[in-house]
Design a protein around this ligand. Structure first.
Ligand code: SF4
Length: 467
């Protein structure tokens, strides 16, 4: 099936592009074919000064970039493929598997030998690239009205029908928890029932607990079997198998009750799939399950050794609490509760940090350590003495998992560092001044995972920082 599809797509690519078809026929090697493609693209680019400049210098300056049209961008991409043909890339998210980039060489080999080293999405992407270059595919930016029309096709969490379903879900979860507590399957030092409470009293007590974020963190589902039970055994067999395999592979399960209440169980036909975007965050892909435990880094810049530059050339004060790829931007991962999240997203780019245990859901052990304030100071000195930094992303895990107090400590430190940068610049002559802070961002998904976190007190912390 896939082979047939691949063949059909490859035939389409060649049928739409006479030049490609003829060049492959006339070339006696992949290299000869790539020379022909290069010549073809260069014939176009030499008529376009800004594109030509980018191709020749290998650099893309903002001024030139703004002059490029849609077809130029396709040409640039093709030249980039040709310039880097044969390059070997080690992918740290695939157990350092070596990947060779040679799109045109692969197309040539596939046409000549009938053997495919690529997948369907690769050929589809090439079809689109050549349509872009030929002008068949026009650049289209949807209007705001169109985007709103697309959004309106899906039910919103504010629709009365969805609100009612989620309330039912909440009650179903609460009743299951009560049952588990009654049977002694859940014991919690903070949230417990007094002896003699009726079912109704227990329900009322848990409805109050439901309003607190602590309840959702302490009662988060940490085991696939409980998750299956909580969803009323509504999951497909394949999903259940995948969940169990994820557990064996060592991927944590962490779904808080609030988020769980957003997942539909046995929805009516017109709502089937309506919660897919929410649901997909909970269930891990086959690829992730197979890879977990062997991820060396998510991106090569994540590999940090003391005193040595990372792949982007930055020497960082810590491999755990700072990341950096770009001159203007640095990431801080505070050494506190911010190293947890209110749920584990299946698409998490920090899965490597979960794998090595730096991020985790052990909420008691993530309280700030006594050494953290000194380390924070050390990071701020590093940022203060950096000539290019303008933007700091405070993240985690999830930046808002930290308490208001801990968050305030980090924000104050960043603010003081930014002020010192301005003061330092006053002593520096023109032309030697350092970049000053322009933007501080908080990386969080708590607005979706646990909106209970957004409290008046948090608002005050953020408002004070903004002032
Ligand atoms: S909130 Fe962010 S860091 Fe946490 S699991 Fe999701 S994507 Fe990963």
């Amino acid at each position: 099936m896939t082979l047939n599809k691949l063949q059909a797509l490859l035939d389409l690519l060649l049928a739409e592009n006479k030049f490609l078809r003829e060049s492959i026929q006339q070339s006696d090697s992949g290299d000869a074919f790539k020379v022909a493609v290069r010549q073809w693209v260069e014939n176009y680019s030499k008529e376009r000064p800004h594109l030509n400049k980018c191709c020749e210098s290998g650099e893309l300056r903002r001024h030139d970039f703004s002059k490029l049209n849609w077809k130029d961008v396709a040409a640039l991409r093709m030249m980039d493929y040709l310039d880097h043909a044969g390059i070997k890339v080690q992918d740290p998210s695939l157990s350092i598997k070596e990947v060779i980039s040679d799109p045109f060489g692969q197309i040539y080999e596939a046409v000549k030998t009938g053997e495919y080293e690529f997948r369907v999405d690769f050929v589809m992407d090439m079809i689109m690239l050549f349509r872009q270059f030929s002008g068949k595919l026009k650049k289209s930016v949807p209007t705001k009205e169109k985007v709103m029309e697309w959004i309106d096709r899906h039910p919103s969490g504010l629709d009365p029908e969805i609100v009612a379903i989620r309330k039912d879900n909440r009650d179903r979860i609460i009743h299951k928890f009560i049952d588990m507590m009654d049977k002694g399957r859940i014991k919690d030092a903070k949230f417990f029932f007094e002896p003699g409470m009726s079912k109704h009293d227990k329900y009322s007590a848990m409805r109050k607990w439901w309003q607190t974020r602590l309840f959702h963190l302490r009662f988060a589902i940490r085991d696939p079997e409980v998750l299956i039970e909580m969803l009323d055994h509504s999951l497909a067999k394949k999903r259940i198998r995948q969940l169990r395999r994820a557990k064996v592979a060592g991927i944590p399960t962490f779904v808080n009750p609030y988020y769980l209440s957003l997942l539909m169980v046995d929805p009516e036909k017109h709502l089937k799939g309506a919660d897919e975007a929410i649901r997909e965050y909970v269930f891990y892909s086959k690829e992730l399950v197979e890879e977990f435990g062997h991820i060396v880094a998510w991106e090569k810049e994540d590999i940090v050794e003391p005193g040595k530059p990372n792949a982007a050339g930055w020497i960082l004060p810590s491999s755990h609490s700072t990341h950096r790829r770009y001159p203007e931007v640095a990431i801080i991962i505070p050494n506190n509760m911010g190293r947890a999240c209110a749920g584990l997203c299946s698409s998490c780019q920090r899965m490597y940090d979960f794998q090595r245990g730096h991020l985790n859901f052990d909420l008691n052990r993530l309280k700030p350590k006594t050494s953290w304030p000194e380390r924070l100071e050390q990071f701020m000195e590093y940022f203060r003495n950096d000539s290019q930094l303008r933007d700091i992303l405070i993240t985690g895990g999830d930046a808002l998992m930290a308490s208001d107090k801990s968050l305030e400590v980090v924000l104050d430190a960043v603010y003081n560092m930014a002020v010192k940068k301005i003061e330092d610049n006053k002593q520096r002559p023109d032309g030697e001044k350092y970049a000053e802070m322009r933007r501080i961002r908080l990386g969080t998904r708590l607005i979706a995972y646990l909106p209970h976190r957004v409290s008046k007190d948090l608002g005050s912390v953020l408002r004070d920082f903004k002032k």
